[in-house]
Design a protein around this ligand. Sequence first.
Ligand SMILES: *Cc1c(COP(=O)(O)O)cnc(C)c1O
Length: 377
Amino acid sequence: MAEKKRIYLSCPTMHGEEQKFVQEAFDTNWVAPLGPNVTKFEEEMAAYTGCGHAAALSAGTAAIHLAVKLLGIKQDDVVFVSSLTFSATCNPISYEKAKPVFIDSEPDTWNMSPKALRKAFEKYPNPKAVVLVHLYGTPAKLDEIMEICAEHNVPLIEDAAESLGSTYKGQMTGTFGRIGIYSFNGNKIITTSGGGMMVSQEEALTKEATNLATQARDAARHYQHSKIGYNYRMSNVVAGIGRGQLIHIEEHKKIKNDIYKQYTNAFADIEDISMNPMNPDGDANNWLSCILLKEGCKVTPNEIMDALDAENIESRPIWKPMNLQPVFADCDFFSHNDEGISVGEDIFNRGLCMPSDIKNTPEDMELIINTVRKLFA
Ligand SMILES: *Cc1c(COP(=O)(O)O)cnc(C)c1O
């Protein structure tokens, strides 16, 4: 029997322009690290997001690490960070030997709970920063979070790795904080195979990020260094892929929105299934569509994953919250709930990321949907 076609969670979709920009890099021999594609990609990202300044980097993780450095976060400093996320959000805090303190999600958008954040400030009045994630592309409750940050005069870092193109009250996620970061990893809404970007309204910050990302060279003819630097810059070839992808981001977003709508409609009559909630003040890029099973539902996320797997369809558990990770067992955590398990743990237990690849055909979507529906028949 022929192998069943693989249906993906989210994988690269190339259009052709990417190759044109890469070809240009080859033709001009700008294969070496920096070059016109990097500068142009930064300008184009700054224009697209409406954030003044951008620094192209080797990964979203590198961008978060540099954000941590730029805000002067050092050993034993407390940093508040979303707990329901991918480990890359908080690992850079640990690179600097600072202390991540995890903040639970609220149930309305699955993002950082303002209530839990307030609890954290009661115990730790002087954190060095708040790192906020827009999970699966859904904008967080930015007004509430920003208000709390402003009250305590603490800078916000926005991890918008998953939410490029998502807006909150008409403004792009990633541009609200003092520093925002995006990722172009292989499964993100646009990809450069691997890469990241830092954005800020403060040019001094992106300039300093660029300097730190290129081994922190001082302005001298010889190689002089007054700081420890990194090799975190994006290459000119990779930036070419990014330029080609950025042309198509609105199209990617539209298809992701459609996928979310299709799942919403397809499962509307199944009481046990709801979709990941949207923020009414925002417009999400729907990077990944997720389902949430009702409490007490007899079907488990694992059974759905197994059924999809049997059809060669990729799905993924919800990120396991950072406060439940062995490596962060010693870190403090603030729950949204006053009793029982946290919101993040509950979503982890009952949720599942559905295949959200923009190349999925109507037939693919039908197979995915029917495979899930069968379990609820
Ligand atoms: C993908 C991702 C990152 C890391 O980005 P890389 O480019 O893979 O380093 C950080 N945070 C979140 C929430 C992500 O999903």
